[in-house]
Design a protein around this ligand. Structure first.
Ligand code: HSE
Length: 311
């Protein structure tokens, strides 16, 4: 007999990682969402409570990322029962830290624990992606996939994407800083031009290939040479006050690379372990100089993905 109620934690994530727009991301457990799902006798998804954020989020399941993911699961599996849902947001809204993905992923991971026959991760990914699409308008997996699988992952192809884990290079840590501002993902996507000039395409392709190769080879010089976003970052930098100063300060403090986390306003950097705290301090200082409060973390690149919490 399956259990009736489960709570799952899903970590924050950094989408794009600069060079992999919509296809590359890593999880980090310093922040995360918790979702409790309870079986109810009749089909349907009922969002009973949302806590942890000051702004109201949609409680209509079809408008909510967790609700949308569960509806997708329910429809695909033709479940004869429904779900009551409680969402505890630990990831700030519109922060660029994968909050919409985390709610969707935590919901499907918790619900999976209630199924008579739990489904594989690849199937959960497709349901969570339908939830993510509610918030961002598109089914990109660069937050959902690392949030579900953990670590640094590449999402290849679509419907469903194939997920490849990229090894975390030894001796490297990530720095994530969240300035207390909000940028709606849809708005940050709307500023992007639909076409990429050929020279930028070539450079960005080389940077992504160089970055991935550097991770597999543990070649930090190659990572440093490659971790530069020449396509998306230049189009979004103006959305984040002091972004260029922050990135330059991080690089001066020894970062291997620094760019926008997802759609922003959060930023991330990679750094050798011994430089990580200095890079964090440099980023915080730049935002503080504009009186923008921010939180920041030094995190591992192999954080655990979403999981059911013990009861
Ligand atoms: N890859 C996405 C973007 C992440 O940058 O728009 C935010 O959902």
């Amino acid at each position: 007999m399956a259990i009736e109620r489960a709570t799952a934690f899903a970590p924050g994530s950094v989408g794009n990682v600069g060079v992999g727009f919509d296809i590359l991301g890593f999880a980090f457990g310093a922040v995360g969402d918790r979702v409790t799902v309870t079986r109810r006798p009749t089909p349907g998804v009922n969002i009973r409570a949302i806590s942890g954020v000051p702004d109201a989020l949609p409680q209509d399941a079809e408008q909510n990322t967790a609700g949308g993911a569960l509806l997708a699961m329910q429809e695909a599996l033709r479940l004869p029962f429904g779900f009551d849902v409680e969402i505890e947001k630990g990831i700030p809204l519109s922060s660029g830290l994968g909050g919409s993905a985390a709610s969707a992923v935590a919901a499907v991971v918790a619900a999976n624990a209630l199924l008579d026959v739990p489904r594989p991760m690849a199937q959960l990914l497709t349901y969570a992606l339908q939830g993510e699409a509610i918030a961002s308008g598109s089914k990109h997996a660069d937050n959902v996939a690392p949030c579900l699988y953990g670590g640094l992952v590449l999402a290849i192809g679509a419907e469903p994407p194939r997920i490849a884990s990229i090894p975390a290079p030894a001796g490297v840590r990530a720095i994530v800083v969240h300035p207390h501002l909000q940028i709606a993902t849809k708005a940050a996507r709307a500023v992007l031009r639909p076409d990429v000039p050929m020279p930028s395409f070539i450079e960005q392709t080389a940077n992504l290939a160089g970055f991935i190769t550097g991770c597999f080879a543990g070649d930090l010089d190659l990572i440093a040479a490659s971790l530069r976003d020449v396509v998306i970052e230049p189009q979004r930098a103006h959305l984040i006050p002091r972004f260029e100063a922050a990135r330059d300060a991080a690089l001066s403090a020894g970062a291997l690379g620094c760019s926008i986390s997802g759609a922003g306003p959060s930023v991330f950097a990679f750094a050798r372990e011994e430089c990580a705290e200095a890079v964090l301090a440099a980023l915080l200082t730049v935002f503080a100089s504009r009186s923008i409060a921010s939180d920041g973390w030094v995190v591992d690149l192999n954080s655990r993905g979403a999981h059911v919490l013990p009861t």
